[in-house]
Design a protein around this ligand. Structure first.
Ligand code: FMN
Length: 336
């Protein structure tokens, strides 16, 4: 890449149905430097499906990574190539998703049991593109609870591939008996395993993920690893990212203010709806519900932006009207 990319000190996790390009547009208005990860897209969908539908991104989104699901090296290579052509800065291979649908396709977390195949996939992807190829995984699958299983996984990949970046969700995936949602909360977090990976593999970029929801926790993790990936908190409380540029990237420009952000989101919604492609206000508004988290009037904001009758005309002015209620509740002056 010609352009210099920021380090992956902070990133927003890939989240199916959540981190689509509309969410990522909003996140990018809040933080300039944080890496953004797409939802997991199946390699087959990228190759055989409507590429625009799966790969379209907004110009402002970079640094942005496309996460792929799959276990066929040749398919993953083609999909990685397409991601590069669509302007992504990284392709990430999912080795952490525990959903039964994914297990049937023999990818996601069950790939942790097939490290040789993962190496083949990463090598095929890296041979096809100039951008970084990275992996996101768990600390183990089912009964592999010892540190050594994740250390062997990472150590083997580091020896057999050019992959330098490992994003580690610091809990096991239990493939039998737990739903994907339970798999994000029930298996215990073992941050010490991820810290130890960084100690044993100092030349690799090790990113920790799982259960992080305050800036204090982020700062504490950064004493041990290269980066922190945050998922659910960035979705339910996106304004947590407002301080990240100054706290973690040394960029002391003024953080975005609510009113400017609201105006940008309204203009964006207008533009997207006008562009056609079947985009309606609800596709964007659903990602904005957490934006006023912690402010008076947050419930009214959420209610208005999820009200089927109010959303039906698909008029972006609804965003401004909902903001007017929040501003009134907090005694803010509004100029939009
Ligand atoms: C709605 C939802 C969808 C998710 N989809 C993906 C996905 O597509 N790929 C992936 O690697 N992880 C996925 N995850 C897991 C997150 O990337 C992350 O590893 C997990 O939520 C733990 O981080 P957190 O505690 O900060 O949320 C998803 C999580 C949620 C809540």
């Amino acid at each position: 890449m010609t352009q210099k990319l920021p380090p992956r000190r902070l990133s927003v996790a890939p989240m199916l149905d959540w981190t689509d390009r509309h969410y990522r547009y909003m996140a990018r208005q809040i933080t300039r430097h944080t890496w953004l990860y797409s939802e997991m897209i199946n390699a087959g969908a990228v190759i055989f499906g409507d590429k625009d539908r799966f790969l379209l991104r907004n110009e402002c989104e970079n640094p942005v990574a496309l996460q792929l699901g799959g276990s066929e090296p040749a398919d993953l290579a083609k999909a990685a190539k397409a991601a590069e052509q669509y302007g992504y800065d990284e392709v990430n291979l999912n080795c952490g998703c525990p959903s039964p649908r994914v297990q049937k396709g023999a990818f996601g977390a069950c790939l942790m049991n097939e490290v040789g195949l993962v190496a083949d996939c990463l090598n095929a992807m890296q041979d096809a593109v100039q951008i970084d190829v990275t992996v996101k995984h768990r600390i183990g699958v089912d009964r592999q609870t010892e540190y050594q299983s994740v250390a062997d996984f990472v150590g083997t990949l580091a020896a057999k591939t050019a992959c330098k970046t490992y994003i580690v969700h610091a809990r096991n995936a239990w493939l039998d008996g737990l739903s994907p949602k339970e798999n994000r909360d029930v298996p215990p977090l073992k941050y010490d395993y991820v810290y130890r990976l960084k100690q044993e593999f100092p030349d690799l970029e090790i990113i920790i993920n799982g259960g992080v929801n305050t800036n204090e926790q982020i700062a504490a993790h950064l004493a041990h690893v290269d980066g922190v990936m945050v998922g659910r908190e960035c979705y339910h409380n996106p304004m947590i990212m407002r301080q990240w540029d100054s706290l973690f990237y040394g960029d002391n420009r003024e953080p975005v203010v609510y009113e400017t952000l609201v105006a940008k989101l309204q203009a964006y919604a207008q533009e997207q709806i006008a562009a056609g492609r079947g985009t309606i206000l609800r596709h964007m508004a659903r990602h904005y519900l957490g934006l006023m988290h912690g402010l008076k009037g947050a419930r009214t904001w959420r209610r208005m932006l999820s009200d089927a009758a109010l959303l039906k005309p698909s008029d972006p002015k609804l965003i401004k009207d909902a903001w007017a209620e929040v501003a009134k509740a907090n005694g803010f002056q509004t100029g939009i």
